[in-house]
Design a protein around this ligand. Structure first.
Ligand SMILES: Nc1ncnc2c1ncn2[C@@H]1O[C@H](COP(=O)(O)OP(=O)(O)OP(=O)(O)O)[C@@H](O)[C@H]1O
Ligand SMILES: [Mg+2]
Length: 453
């Protein structure tokens, strides 16, 4: 990721520390202000807007922890990096609890701070980007409940908007989880029937007699067990929209009856004689290729033509990857709110995995992945480790899952062995520290929290 420059406030009573750190970070392209103590720091912070404050803990006058508390009071989301002497690590831990972003132990390697600064800036950038995505989401890029901005989804929105105010029968096609039911509801909501009922029938999995009675209803005594008159879905949907889901599954006999209703706009209950007007708008859906079902004789051609007056094809998610960030943010926000979690964004690494996955379960699978990530994640960012392993494994082309898992486990083991001393672990692994930091970030490896002695 490209590193943007940040405005940073460095607070340390030792001139050599603040000046050398300032010089290093300016060298990296950042804007740095220096303060020799707490009071000067608070004054500067009141007048300027910083993306990061680097704050020494032990200073004469006002100490770092007090400054931290004051800063956090004024600007709770300002990241503050504490600098501490080795002997004061417990104070640093207390500072973390008081809201510090991280701490480094003196003497430190400027490169270590450089890396933290990069992370903070990237994180900041990410939160802002997510916020922008969200604002955009509120304005455009959605149609009723359907989220999407890809040209293919825009075409779907146009089709829906075009047919909504007619009474024409619509066939929605698409793989499982592509949003067929949502599209059907959108048609209903945009139609003059919006104040009437939306009734969904799943035609799959029910035995023939049950489907018939489900659709058309039955009179008392129409068959064994028909102890009372039953209004079918066609009646229940009167004045509204009837959604026939999995329409390819209906039996040949029911296909005939359905065709008759669609043509005559009337029907009778099972075991009855009274003709009832079908005041419904029919929207059907299938994840099968109905044309192919017609060729093999499993679906009536005349019914097929009746249903497909207008076809709305929902594209699979892998063919509109540009919708993935939008959808992921949408679901993240939804589940975070539902579970009361403060998860705010998907990390760039995690987003890369989401973009690379081919989503056989389409939007439903993506929604489930985000739901799980919000539930198991421990930070305000969704990281690759929070995503289902399948996604992570397939996402890296040519890399077997085992190899990646092996690396993750090996890196974790070496870190553990070297008591989470990054320099030491990097030497053992034969890689440099920055590479190790990257791997730790990628795999979400962190030193387990220890209770201060
Ligand atoms: N474009 C979208 N924007 C927001 N949510 C979506 C979108 N598409 C699908 N979803 C969500 O994904 C899930 C699956 O959608 P839906 O039930 O409409 O799919 P379907 O095509 O009917 O699937 P199936 O064929 O398995 O019945 C739902 O939770 C739905 O809210
Ligand atoms: Mg469905």
């Amino acid at each position: 990721m490209e590193v943007a420059s940040a405005r940073i406030l460095i607070v340390d009573d030792e001139p050599i520390v603040r000046e050398s750190l300032g010089a290093y970070l300016r060298d990296q392209g950042h804007l740095c202000d220096l303060a020799p103590g707490g009071r000067a720091a608070l004054e500067l912070a009141a007048r300027n807007s910083y993306q990061l404050v680097i704050l020494d803990i032990r200073m004469p006058g006002m100490d770092g922890v007090t400054v931290l508390a004051e800063l956090k009071c004024r600007q709770p989301d300002l990241p503050v990096l504490m600098i501490t002497a080795y002997a004061e690590v417990t104070t640093a831990v207390a500072a973390m609890k008081a809201g510090a972003y991280d701490y480094v132990v003196k003497p430190f390697d400027p490169e270590e701070i450089g890396l933290i600064v990069r992370n903070v800036v990237a994180h900041h950038h990410l939160i802002r980007e997510n916020l922008q995505l969200r604002q955009k989401l509120a304005e455009r890029d959605r149609f009723e409940e359907l989220v999407g901005r890809s040209p293919r989804m825009r075409a779907v929105f146009d089709l829906i908007a075009g047919v909504a105010d007619t009474n024409v029968t619509v066939l929605i096609t698409g793989e499982s989880g592509t949003g067929k039911e949502l599209a059907a509801r959108a048609i209903h909501r945009r139609s003059p029937r919006a104040n009437g009922p939306f009734v969904a029938v799943s035609c799959g999995g029910l035995p023939e007699t049950l489907v018939e009675s489900e659709l058309f209803g039955h009179e008392r005594g129409a068959f064994t067990g028909a102890v009372a008159r039953h209004r079918g879905r066609f009646e229940q949907a009167g004045g509204g929209t009837l959604f026939l889901d999995e329409v390819a599954e209906i039996s040949p006999k029911t296909q005939v009856d359905l065709l008759r209703v669609l043509e005559s706009r009337r029907f009778t209950r099972l075991g009855g004689t009274e003709e009832i007007a079908a005041d419904v708008r029919v929207v059907a859906a299938t994840n099968r290729d109905l044309g192919a079902e017609v060729k093999t004789g499993r679906f009536r051609e005349d019914l097929y033509y009746r249903l497909k007056v207008v076809v709305i094809p929902l594209p699979p998610l892998r063919e509109r990857t540009e919708d993935i960030p939008l959808l992921a943010t949408h679901f993240l926000e939804h589940f975070a709110r539902e579970m009361g979690r403060a998860v705010r964004a998907v990390s760039p690494d995690a987003m890369a995995l989401l973009l690379a996955h081919d989503w056989p379960g389409n939007v439903r699978e993506l929604a489930n992945a985000l739901q799980r990530a919000v539930a198991v994640g421990r930070s305000e960012l969704v990281e690759p480790i929070d995503l289902p392993v399948e996604a992570a494994a397939e996402a890296v082309p040519g890399t077997g899952r085992t190899l990646q898992e092996l690396e993750q486990r090996h890196v974790a083991a070496v870190l553990e062995e070297s008591d989470w001393n990054v320099t030491h672990a990097a030497t053992t692994l034969g890689i440099d520290r920055v590479t190790l930091y990257k791997k730790m970030k990628r795999y979400g490896l962190r030193r387990p929290e220890r209770q201060p002695p």
